[in-house]
Design a protein around this ligand. Sequence first.
Ligand SMILES: [Zn+2]
Length: 506
Amino acid sequence: MKKIQFFDTTLRDGEQTPGVNFNTKEKVQIAKQLEKWGIDTIEAGFPIASVGDFEAVKAIAENVETMTVAGLARCQKADIDRAYEALQHAKHPQIHVFLATSPVHMEYKLKMTPEEVIASIKEHVSYAKTKFEKVQFSPEDATRTEKNFLLKAVQTAIDAGATIINVPDTVGYSNPTEYGALFKFLIDNIQSEQEIIFSSHCHDDLGMATANALAAIENGARRVEGTVNGIGERAGNTALEEVALALYIRKDFYQSESSITLNETKRTSDLVSRLSGVAVPRNKAIIGANAYAHESGIHQDGVLKNPDTYEIITPSLVGVNENSLPLGKLSGRHAFAAKMETLGYQLNDEELKDAFKRFKSLADKKKQVTEDDLIALMVGQSQECNETYRLGCVQLQYVSDGSQGAIVSIDTGEETKTESAIGSGSIQAIYNSIDKILGQKPELKEYYIKAVTGGEDAQAEVHVTLADTENNRQFNGIGIDFDVLQASAKAYVKASEQFQKEVGKA
Ligand SMILES: [Zn+2]
């Protein structure tokens, strides 16, 4: 059995999904869950990109134990220095240096000649090696790079001290046959005294990201890069949960294994979905809501007689329906704390006290409090701790011409502002009031609502995406509440907070 390392870039490439902006606390929370899931290396961010990115990489480096923490850097000394600074306290630091090698990137983006690109790789990988033991190099847009030049770039990086070579299919252009052959070509032709780990990094533009990653593994890659739920630029990245399950279910074929704790998969997916505001499609492999639903009578009959007839993955294998012990009104603090710990939350006394209070008020309204409810509760708590705008009261009035009126107040940190507005429906009236308070005019790009759990007493989870049409930017927000209108208002305020930070007042 070959051991395949899992490299998660949910917080770096995944955060490049339109609308996704994790704050530091959310990033640390995701990082801890990824560690529990069994990820070997996390790409925590791009430290030189912003102060926020730097702080998040630093916080993750200080808060995880076993995972290697990587920071991204261009071939520039300042990038490498900044990554070094952010990763100083990591138990297992790693740097990820990249430079594009395809003709179109070199000529139009970098405006560098091939010789200059090779010289830059040599200079900057050598420099990175003086600061980091583990140096990873990526020739960006590798799959559209001339093969022999790619080999030259990779060999230059290895000679300069890189021990991990990542081969990105940056634009999702490759296919399994071609991508696998590229790994074989590079692995067969590089010269090295020490062991070099080859890694895949695929995008899903043609729907082949997972297939390409598996083809790389078949051809000698020992590491796979990707994200949870496959989030990322454009069509997204390789979904790591798909690769983990493919290796497990088809170990007869791949002869490979990973450190992924499969029954933590659903939890990891749920957490990333909630914090990113990006919903998992119902038919998504492994973790979609319909992935284990059997509709046709013949299939249902077969599964009842023997699940093996139509089910290659049992839901419990990936942690679906693991809500074995829901909590209720009478559950004590001890049971609550124990449950939170199994969910991966290490709460200090103060946080536990606050969370328990929230749990009690939830249990008053809901018969059974499931894991999903608890995770939703913690998402709400973490949002409130980080928010600049706090939603105050929301009042609705029927206006005689058939429209709705709303009065909303928001505590902006400096003052409490109240405004009223009308709309053709309740939600529009609330949103118009919020826009008036914040002096903004974003475009409401997306609004959808789902129930956190099944049942009539379920909490509502509302997702809102706001867009700034001028700059083509998007901002997601999520709100959870028993009341649909309250949840809608919370989600809008949350998305507005990001909108205000990045775009400012209209
Ligand atoms: Zn990428």
